[in-house]
Design a protein around this ligand. Structure first.
Ligand SMILES: Cc1ncc(COP(=O)(O)O)c(C=O)c1O
Length: 399
């Protein structure tokens, strides 16, 4: 019977990872996979995470199930981190956060919830968007539509294109997926002023905002990165918010995320939470414990929390420094086209605007691997590979 299953094709990122591994050249550089690497090219375990794990090893006294909603202490940390402890929705008891299997699990549960609410539900996503957004939404049975976002000419935001398309096509009741910060794959974010305009539009048109926050702390800082999201959350009656600690705690494999739900009243919230828990139950029953315990242990201990915040800030600064260094080196190599996009884009990714052929040339001639759409992981740049990357990029950009 299995012969009836159609291949969806090998995931592009995974096949590039395999190609990189089997590339025999010494001078190869992997800018594909979206994980933070330190200056030595390692994906480190943060010091506070290690410290918390020691405590857990000593103190954990049960392995019983955590329940569908997840770890209560962990869940309580999520809304204030995302929205600020003074957020109106927290004071009014209109928000709940459910522990999920990473940010991906949060997105899936949120999409299942939307589909359960309305089998014809449509969700708007940016062009481009994270490679998994559309598959997750459509596998939940949702319809998707795309709004313009990235403008190739200056590798910036096509805000006018985005808003006029939505103005003409979005309908009351549609959901709109927005990236809180560090847009993946482009690194191009809405400004605070643009968040205000989007908020007005969402309210006027009666859309349901669904915000994906996977990189808080890796753009301009923990507070700065969510300023637009907070503006939106103060004003909309209802919202879904998928968040992840994979990147800002460096605990990718521990699958630690949350789906936060904002409802109009605490009473409505209780009903929506029950529906979300039903979706969790039929997906994976209950989330794992470890990552959530690590986060809760770090955030409840002032010394560990300070240590974590400091290390995250160092990571953020390293990524920003790599952006400036790459730009400087390209300018040194007489690349005359406008390179401001490299330092303007935020977070771990940059959309270079390289064509498919240029991506192949970079790989074949220089051993530099970017994603097929030209996305590079800036967090994989390091002093030891910067010169090689600048040489390769300069050859392409000067052509
Ligand atoms: C935009 C975006 N959303 C969600 C996720 C999922 O994160 P997680 O690894 O926690 O599932 C990612 C991970 O790369 C992402 O880039």
């Amino acid at each position: 019977m299995f012969e009836t299953i159609q291949s969806r094709g090998v995931d592009q990122i995974l096949s590039l990872m395999l190609a990189f591994r089997s590339d025999p050249r010494d001078q190869k550089v992997d800018l594909v996979v979206g994980v933070y690497k330190d200056a030595n090219g390692d994906v480190p375990v943060m010091k506070a995470v290690k410290a918390a794990e020691k405590v857990l090893l000593e103190e954990e006294d049960t392995k019983t199930y955590v329940g569908m909603a997840g770890d209560a202490e962990y869940r309580a940390f999520v809304p204030p981190m995302l929205l600020g402890s003074e957020a109106k929705v927290i004071k009014e008891g209109r928000i709940t956060s459910l522990q999920t299997v990473g940010g991906s699990g949060a997105l899936k549960v949120g999409c299942d919830l939307l589909h359960g609410m309305n089998p014809d539900q449509l969700v708007w996503v940016s062009t481009p968007t994270w490679a998994n957004h559309i598959p997750v939404a459509t596998d939940s049975g949702l319809k998707t539509a795309q709004y313009p976002y990235f403008r190739l000419s200056d590798r910036g935001l096509d805000f006018d294109g985005m808003m006029s398309h939505l103005e003409a096509n979005a309908k009351a009741g549609d959901a709109i997926l927005l990236h809180a910060c560090c847009h993946n794959p482009t690194g191009v974010d809405l400004s605070f002023e643009q968040w205000k305009i989007v908020t007005d539009f969402v309210l006027k048109r009666g859309l349901l905002p669904y915000v994906d926050c996977a990189y808080q702390g890796l753009g301009d800082g923990m507070e700065e990165d969510v300023a637009g999201l907070r503006y939106l959350a103060e004003r909309v009656p209802e919202m879904l918010l998928a968040s992840s600690f994979s990147k800002n705690f460096g605990i990718y494999r521990e699958r630690t995320g949350a789906l936060s739900i904002v409802a109009r009243t605490p009473e409505e919230l209780a009903v929506v939470q029950e529906a979300a828990e039903t979706a969790i139950r039929s997906n994976y029953s209950m989330p794992p414990s470890h990552g959530a315990r690590v986060v809760a242990t770090v955030l409840s201990d002032p010394a560990m929390k300070a240590d974590w915040a400091e290390e995250l800030e160092e990571m953020r600064e390293r990524v920003a420094e790599m952006r400036s260094e790459l730009r400087r080196m390209l300018e040194e190599r007489q690349v005359t086209r406008d390179l401001s996009f490299i330092t303007d884009q935020k977070g771990m990714f940059s959309y270079t605007g390289f064509t498919k052929d240029e991506v192949v040339r970079l790989r074949d001639d220089f051993g530099i691997y970017t994603a097929g759409d030209g996305r590079m992981n800036v967090a994989a740049l390091a002093p030891e590979n910067l010169e090689a990357v600048a040489d390769g990029f300069a050859a392409i950009l000067r052509a």
